[in-house]
Design a protein around this ligand. Structure first.
Ligand SMILES: [Zn+2]
Length: 376
């Protein structure tokens, strides 16, 4: 049976409810549902079982000690990214877990006896393949997939794909995810955006080469820079009056390369009044950036540019007293302060974690293959 491998955890409840005849009364317990909470610690380089378990709070030391011995016996080696989790019911410790990708080692400390029972189980992530007929949202609703999964995917791919405008009929999505909507692996193949992969590793998402997929804007369009005028109101040196300054000015020598702060499409390249030689780039999710007073322009309107690509050179064209870059950011047409944009660090995976990451990637693909072609 094809669905047997991915029976949702709530299916028994649905079957019980469906099996209740209407003249029967369903008796629910009086006491309120127990409050279940959890705390987690992720293993880092240099950790051993004792150090990572030691960082858990709200667990008696004696219980920690027994858990560490159990882990040493059954799991043997701690790996970077392993997660130790304590689960509490109504604030009392219910169980301890060690989670590694799709595996869980459980330890349930039993009352009175100083012995716990040990258990090992494998998580069964869900897998879905979706083909876009109109919008991705419609495709999700049609398949009955949880909306939180779509929200997570939109966030993960925010800098790669604009799902509101760039999805097309025939685009496809493969996703491996947990029942709570956490995405383990996602692959989007779009007619206009191409293929994009995001795999979860130590709480972040990376493409197949281990580069972070959450590439936000570069912190600055210049590699080295000095800000001479910020966002706000200033005294204009040429017009000699106070006027709003809607961007940030960077002082730099003539000819310094100006970089596009994110992937996008050039929507303007040419002379724009006081801005002089100007380039405007449109990015995903309603953002545009403007680069003014350039001495040279290296791109054409309609051209696709990548983050970090040189689009022009610093100059002093237009209303300008000396070589500098005037940089503006708009969000849905509204000018915003570029210095306040939340930029995530563009850190690729460290070299010494790449093998570990490739192993995780292989496991995700094996799981997806198993979900797609269940054995019997
Ligand atoms: Zn300016």
């Amino acid at each position: 049976m094809k669905w047997a491998k991915s029976v949702p955890y709530y299916l028994p409840i649905i079957l019980i409810l469906a099996g209740c005849r209407s003249d029967e009364e369903v008796v629910l317990p009086d006491n309120p549902a127990p409050k279940v909470s959890k705390r987690e610690v992720v293993a880092e380089r240099g950790d051993v079982f004792a150090s990572v378990v030691g960082r858990l709070t709200g667990v008696p030391d004696s219980v920690k000690g027994r858990f560490v011995r159990l882990l040493a016996d059954s799991v043997r080696i701690l790996r970077v990214g392993d997660t130790v989790r304590a689960v509490y019911r109504n604030d009392s410790l219910m169980r301890l877990e060690l989670r590694r990708r799709s595996m869980v080692w459980e330890y349930v400390p039993s009352k009175g006896m100083f012995r716990g029972h040990r258990k090992f189980r494998a998580l069964t992530p869900n897998y879905a393949e979706v083909e876009v007929k109109s919008t991705l949202w419609d495709a999700f609703m049609e398949r009955g997939l949880p909306p939180i999964l779509l929200v997570n995917l939109v966030n993960i791919f925010a800098w790669e794909v604009d799902f509101a405008t760039e999805t097309q009929k025939g685009d496809s999505l493969k996703v491996l995810y947990a029942p709570d909507g956490t995405v383990y692996y996602a692959e989007y193949i779009g007619k206009s955006v191409g293929r994009h992969v995001a795999a979860r590793f130590m709480g972040s998402y990376y493409d197949e080469e281990g580069n972070s997929v959450r590439r936000a804007f570069l912190r600055s369009p210049l590699r080295s820079y000095r800000i001479t005028s910020g966002f706000g109101v200033r005294f204009h040196p040429i017009l000699r009056r106070w006027r709003p300054h809607h961007g940030v000015d960077y002082a730099a020598p003539y000819g310094t390369p100006v970089r596009s702060v994110a992937n996008g499409t050039v929507i303007f390249a040419g002379w724009r009044r006081g801005y002089g030689k100007t380039v405007v780039v449109r990015h995903n999710n309603g953002y545009t950036t403007l680069y003014g007073h350039l001495s040279r322009i290296y791109v054409k309107r309609g051209q696709y540019v990548e983050q970090g690509q040189s689009i022009g050179a610093v100059g002093s064209t237009g209303l300008s007293t000396g070589p500098h870059l005037h940089y503006e950011v708009r969000h849905y047409g509204k000018r915003i302060n570029p210095l306040l944009i939340k930029s995530e660090p563009e850190k690729p995976l460290p070299e010494d974690l790449r093998d570990e990451f490739q192993a995780v990637l292989r496991e995700y693909r094996r799981l997806m293959e198993a979900r797609r072609n269940p054995i019997i």
